[in-house]
Design a protein around this ligand. Structure first.
Ligand SMILES: [Fe+2]
Ligand SMILES: [Fe+2]
Length: 173
C-alpha cells in the first residue's frame, strides 16, 4: 500500500470535526445543502474539509479566474454520493485494494452484475460521483452537480478551472 493511502487511512480512523470546521461548513453551504454534507461519515466530512481548504490555497495560485465560493461548495460536496454507512474506512481501504488487484472482478461487482453487500459497496465506490451529482441536482444545485459528476473523470480540455482545482485538491486530501 502506498504511503499516501496509509496516511489517508490513519487520518480516517482518527477523524474529528471541530467547531471551527462546522462554522466553515455553515459559512459556505446554505441550509438546503448542509444535510447532504452532514450525512457523510465523519472521516469523509474531514476529507471534504481538507479538500476545500487545499482547493482555496490552489485557487490563489491559479492563472484563470476562479469562482472560489463555487469551488469551496464543490469541494465540500464532492463525495456526498458516499453516505455514512455506505462504505466505511475499512470498506474503502478494501475497495481500493480490490479495484487495484482484481480490477475486472471489482468492476463486475460495481456494475450490477453481482448482488449482495459487496456489490452494493463496490457500486458506491465506483459510482459515488454520479450518485452525488444526482442528489445535488435534485435540490437545484446544478452547477455544483456538473462538477461533482466529473471529479473522477479523466481531464478534458473544456473542464472549468473549478473542476481542475477540485481534482488536484482531492488528490492531496
Ligand atoms: Fe470521490
Ligand atoms: Fe474525495
Amino acid at each position: 500500500m502506498s504511503k499516501k493511502r496509509i496516511l489517508q487511512f490513519l487520518r480516517a480512523v482518527t477523524a474529528r470535526v471541530s467547531t471551527e470546521d462546522a462554522a466553515y461548513v455553515e459559512r459556505y453551504l446554505s441550509s438546503a445543502v448542509q444535510p447532504l454534507f452532514f450525512a457523510q461519515s465523519v472521516p469523509d466530512q474531514c476529507h471534504a474539509l481538507r479538500a476545500a481548504r487545499n482547493a482555496e490555497a490552489i485557487a490563489q495560485t491559479a492563472q484563470d479566474t476562479v469562482d472560489v465560493s463555487l469551488l469551496i461548495r464543490c469541494a465540500l460536496l464532492h463525495d456526498v454520493g458516499r453516505k455514512k454507512g455506505d462504505l466505511g474506512t475499512f470498506g474503502k481501504s478494501f475497495a481500493v485494494l480490490f479495484a487495484k488487484f482484481c480490477p475486472a472482478l471489482a468492476r463486475d461487482y460495481g456494475n450490477g452484475k453481482r448482488s449482495g453487500v459487496l456489490a452494493r459497496k463496490m457500486n458506491v465506490f465506483f459510482h459515488h460521483a454520479e450518485m452525488g451529482a444526482a442528489m445535488l441536482s435534485n435540490i437545484g444545485f446544478s452547477q455544483e452537480a456538473e462538477i461533482v459528476r466529473k471529479h473522477h473523470e479523466a481531464p478534458a480540455d473544456d473542464d472549468p478551472p473549478e473542476l481542475r482545482i477540485l481534482r488536484m485538491a482531492d488528490e492531496i486530501s
